[in-house]
Design a protein around this ligand. Structure first.
Ligand code: F6R
Length: 262
C-alpha cells in the first residue's frame, strides 16, 4: 500500500486527479469505479479542468459504488428534491466531460427488482473486464461504499441498511443544505460489496480532515475487521494508493506517514 500525504484538500484533489488522468492516458478505454460524497468533489473539479485541456473520456467506462434505494436518475426533479448519487455524478462530473452515457453505470435505486439488479450489476462489471481503478472515500464509521459495520468482507453488490452515523453524516453534508428533514432520507442503499471492491485491479482511497484521522488510522493499521469495512484494504491484492491530507494522516505513526510524503 502506498500512502501519500499532501498538505491540504486542494493538494489531495490534484494528486488524485493526476493519478486518474495517468490511467486514462495509458488506457483510454479503462474502467473506473467512481465514488460520491464530499471527498472526491475537488478531484472531479480537477478532472473537469483537465478535460478542458484535452483529457479524453470518450472511451472510459464507469461503475459507481452505490445509490440510495428509491432514488435514481429522474431529471424531472430539481436538485433540491433529489439527492440521488446519479444526480451527484452528473452535476459534479459527467455533465462536464465527454463521457458517453452508455458507458456510465450507477446502481439503479429505482429498480423494481433490487436483487436481480444487484446480480446484473456484478455481471456488467465482469463483462467490462473488471474495474481498473476504484476510487474510494471512507465513512465516519469506517465504511467503504455503503458497507456498514458488520458487513461481510466477502460481500457482493446488495441492499444495505444505513446506520445512524451514516444517516447523520450524510444529512449534515448534503440533505440539510438542500432543505430536507432527517426523516426524508432514504434508509437503504444499493452498494457494491467489500468482496466486489477487493476484486478491482487498483484502488485510490482518499480522506481529508481531522474528523477522519482516527478512523483512517484504524482502517490502515488496526486489525482487519468487518466493524470497519475499509480495513479490508489490508487484504487487498491489487495496487492500493491512499492519498490523505496532513490532518487525516495525523494519527498514523511516524513510520506510517513517512512512507511517501510529498
Ligand atoms: C459514496 C461512498 C461513501 C463515501 C463515504 C465518505 O459513494 O462510497 O462510502 O465515500 O461515506 O463520504 P464523504 O466523502 O462525504 O466523507
Amino acid at each position: 500500500m502506498e500512502i501519500i500525504v499532501k498538505r491540504d484538500y486542494e493538494e489531495i484533489s490534484k494528486c488524485a486527479a493526476e493519478h486518474i488522468a495517468a490511467l486514462i492516458k495509458k488506457k483510454p478505454n479503462c474502467v473506473i469505479g467512481f465514488a460520491t460524497g464530499g471527498t472526491p468533489i475537488g478531484t472531479y473539479r480537477e478532472l473537469i479542468r483537465m478535460h478542458k485541456e484535452g483529457l479524453d473520456f470518450s472511451n472510459v467506462i464507469t461503475f459507481n459504488l452505490d445509490e440510495y434505494l428509491g432514488l435514481g436518475l429522474d431529471l424531472s426533479k430539481p436538485y433540491s428534491q433529489d439527492q440521488s448519487y446519479h444526480r451527484f455524478m452528473y452535476e459534479e462530473l459527467f455533465n462536464h466531460i465527454n463521457i458517453k452515457k452508455e458507458n456510465v453505470h450507477i446502481p439503479d435505486g429505482l429498480t423494481k427488482n433490487p436483487e436481480e439488479f444487484c446480480k446484473s450489476y456484478e455481471d456488467a462489471i465482469k463483462e467490462a473486464g473488471g474495474i481498473d481503478l476504484q476510487i474510494l472515500g471512507i465513512g465516519g464509521d469506517g465504511h467503504w461504499a455503503f458497507n456498514e459495520p458488520g458487513s461481510s468482507l466477502e460481500s457482493r453488490t446488495r441492499i444495505e441498511e444505513l446506520n445512524e452515523q451514516t444517516l447523520n453524516d450524510n444529512y449534515e453534508a448534503f440533505y440539510k443544505k438542500a432543505g430536507f428533514t432527517r426523516d426524508d432520507m432514504p434508509h437503504y442503499a444499493i452498494t457494491m460489496g467489500v468482496g466486489t471492491i477487493l476484486e478491482t485491479k487498483s484502488i485510490l482511497m482518499l480522506a481529508y480532515g481531522s474528523k477522519k484521522a482516527e478512523i483512517v488510522a484504524k482502517a490502515l493499521r488496526g486489525p482487519v475487521t468487518n466493524q470497519i469495512t475499509a480495513s479490508a484494504i489490508q487484504l487487498y491484492k491489487g495496487k492500493a494508493t491512499v492519498i490523505l491530507d496532513e490532518d487525516a494522516a495525523s494519527m498514523l505513526d511516524e513510520t506510517q506517514s513517512s512512507e511517501s510524503v510529498s
